[in-house]
Design a protein around this ligand. Structure first.
Ligand SMILES: NC(=O)c1ccc[n+]([C@@H]2O[C@H](COP(=O)([O-])OP(=O)(O)OC[C@H]3O[C@@H](n4cnc5c(N)ncnc54)[C@H](O)[C@@H]3O)[C@@H](O)[C@H]2O)c1
Length: 251
């Protein structure tokens, strides 16, 4: 069996990571780079250039909610990467509005980025991978997509968008059957990343204490699971949703 964590496990491979300026996307790019891959880090935040430069990799500006921007980012990937072996869809926003304060513009914005953006990225990735009859797509959903939101840090729009991502991944898995391409989802639990820069340390401590593992997730927890999902060690993992959530379902 191939070791997904061998130093050169992804040597010669090309990987596109969306939402890679910071947090889980940046750590995933770092992990792939440490294992020999060439990475295109894509984000709407211009900080992605510094994140990529720090690991000697490539960056492009991408707004996943804009079809033209997605087309341009994949064209850049075609130019820069040796092949397109893996696409990791991390880009998303989180919001925490109550139902009564939630207007349609808010709902649309969250769904446009988190769900439509994931759809556009999957569509572009699958077109290339189908033609090559190889590749792996991993979409970051959320424990909120399974448990629902409406709590302290994730609202109904966020949770619905992530439930949509889970259903989208299953639907695409059915369509991609027999074409040499794998697609899976990852459900992180509450994790200490820039996404939660607005919440207090006190609230983070409460969230951590409420999880069976007694801590919030770390970007490294997600990166390790993503490398596994993209490796030959996961060659029989298909259309799955892997929970990496410290036991969030049991709180
Ligand atoms: N942090 C958590 O608690 C948690 C829990 C479950 C799931 N997730 C999911 O994990 C993924 C990574 O999140 P993170 O925690 O690393 O947060 P993060 O905020 O550090 O990363 C998200 C990235 O997406 C980018 N982004 C936002 N809108 C974009 C757009 N329209 N186009 C391109 N890029 C865009 C942001 O600039 C940011 O760099 C997200 O899909 C998030 O929903 C996070």
């Amino acid at each position: 069996m191939t070791d997904p964590f061998a130093p050169q496990a992804f040597a010669g491979q090309g990987v596109l990571v969306t939402g890679a300026a910071g947090g889980m996307g940046a750590e995933t790019a770092r992990a792939f780079a440490a294992h020999g891959a060439t990475i295109l880090l894509a984000d709407r935040d211009h900080a992605v250039h510094a994140t990529a430069a720090a690991i000697g990799q490539h960056a492009t500006i991408l707004d996943v909610a804009d079809p033209a921007s997605v087309t341009a980012a994949f064209a850049t990937a075609d130019d820069i990467l040796p092949r397109l072996d893996a696409v990791i869809s991390c880009a998303a926003i989180i919001t925490a509005k109550g139902l009564t304060e939630m207007d349609q513009a808010h709902w649309r914005r969250v769904l446009d980025i988190n769900l439509t953006g994931t759809f556009l990225v999957i569509q572009a990735a699958a077109a290339r991978m189908r033609a090559a009859r190889s590749g792996s797509i991993v979409c970051i959903a959320s424990d909120a997509g399974v448990r629902g939101g409406g709590g302290l840090i994730a609202d109904a729009a966020y949770a619905a968008s992530k439930a949509g991502v889970l259903s989208l991944v299953k639907s695409v898995a059915r369509e991609l059957a027999g074409q040499g391409v794998r697609i899976n989802a990852l459900n992180p639990g509450p994790s200490d990343t820039p996404m939660h820069r607005g919440i207090s340390d006190e609230l983070k401590a409460r969230i951590a204490a409420g999880l069976p593992m007694g801590r919030m997730g770390r970007p490294e927890d997600m990166a390790a699971a993503i490398l596994f999902l993209c490796s030959p060690a996961a060659s029989f993992v298909y259309g799955a949703a892997l929970d990496v959530d410290g036991g969030s379902m049991f709180r």
